[in-house]
Design a protein around this ligand. Structure first.
Ligand SMILES: [Zn+2]
Length: 56
């Protein structure tokens, strides 16, 4: 098994679909959360990709 171009054709499974909040293909349908903006992980997350990580 190689990780290069010949094996890209075998990648059929969608682990992440398009997130309806941030628009990235980062929403996990089984886990029901987005790894990019954190949508679905917490009810208190108000904002998308910007504002999720506050320094103060
Ligand atoms: Zn998202």
């Amino acid at each position: 098994m190689s990780k290069g171009t010949p094996s890209f054709g075998k990648r059929q499974t969608k682990t992440h679909i398009r997130c309806r909040r941030c628009g990235h293909v980062a929403f996990h349908p089984n886990k029901k959360h987005c790894v990019h903006c954190g949508f679905g992980r917490s009810r208190k997350l108000k904002h998308g990709p910007t504002g999720t990580r506050l320094t103060r």
